[in-house]
Design a protein around this ligand. Structure first.
Ligand code: C5P
Length: 219
């Protein structure tokens, strides 16, 4: 399967929509690097290779229509939904959450029981999904820390390959995670856009994060 990355950027379940010059190249390169790293750590992904700057060749997966979120620091929906999480507070333990991919219903939170009772995933798969997500968290968190970034949270999507093995699919980049500068707390991800930042500011953040994550200038 070939995945084409796009320059479009969306928020608020697709209500807000813009184009960021060369964002596709940034996100494809970051995704490729992070998927390679996960594979090296023995986490199965769909990644095969980056064929062109914005075209990724991947294994075909039957996707589970669920967004698996993992959080280390309280932010975003967690802070909006519950009174006891304060923005920026370190969580006592990494938190794994499942959300149904359904923009019209604003991606409702799914319990493990919802996942199993609906047949979205088996009990064994739910257990594996959590294990994969926590392992991705541990690998990604260490990687970001070495680059001066705090991994606040991220989202992955998982699918089954032809053997039924669960693999991390979709994308993993600046659109799908919150990363903050370790020293200054500065936001280095899509929240700049979600919070109404100017488009040139959003673009600059993507190019800067490319440099931080990949260790080379975005040319
Ligand atoms: O909005 P929320 O706080 O639930 O987001 C948690 C994490 O999941 C963030 O890193 C966000 O970028 C990511 N996310 C995503 N796609 C969505 C919803 C959340 O990549 N549709």
């Amino acid at each position: 399967v070939l995945l084409r990355f796009k320059d479009s950027i969306t928020a608020l379940d697709g209500e807000k929509h813009d184009v960021i010059h060369r964002k596709a190249e940034v996100n494809a390169a970051v995704s490729a690097e992070l998927f390679k790293m996960l594979e090296q750590e023995k986490i199965p992904t769909h990644f095969l290779r980056l064929k062109e700057a914005t075209l990724m060749q991947v294994r075909r997966l039957r996707m589970i229509p669920v967004e698996v979120v993992c959080r280390n620091i309280a932010a975003g929906k967690l802070v909006k939904s519950y009174p006891f999480f304060k923005h920026g507070e370190k969580l006592k333990t990494p938190l794994v959450e499942f959300f149904l991919k359904d923009d019209k219903r604003h991606d409702p939170l799914l319990s493990e029981e919802h996942m199993i009772a609906s047949g979205l995933a088996s009990k064994e798969e739910v257990k594996k999904l959590k294990m994969i997500t926590l392992k991705v968290n541990s690998v990604l968190r260490k990687f970001m820390l070495k680059r001066g970034l705090l991994l606040v949270d991220f989202k992955i999507e998982v699918g089954r390959d032809h053997r039924g093995t669960l693999r991390v699919g979709d994308e993993l980049n600046i659109d799908s995670m919150r990363i903050w500068d370790k020293k200054t707390g500065e936001v280095k991800d899509k929240d700049i856009y979600r919070k109404g930042g100017r488009l040139d500011e959003v673009a600059r953040t993507y190019y800067q994060s490319y440099k931080l994550i990949l260790g080379r200038d975005f040319k």
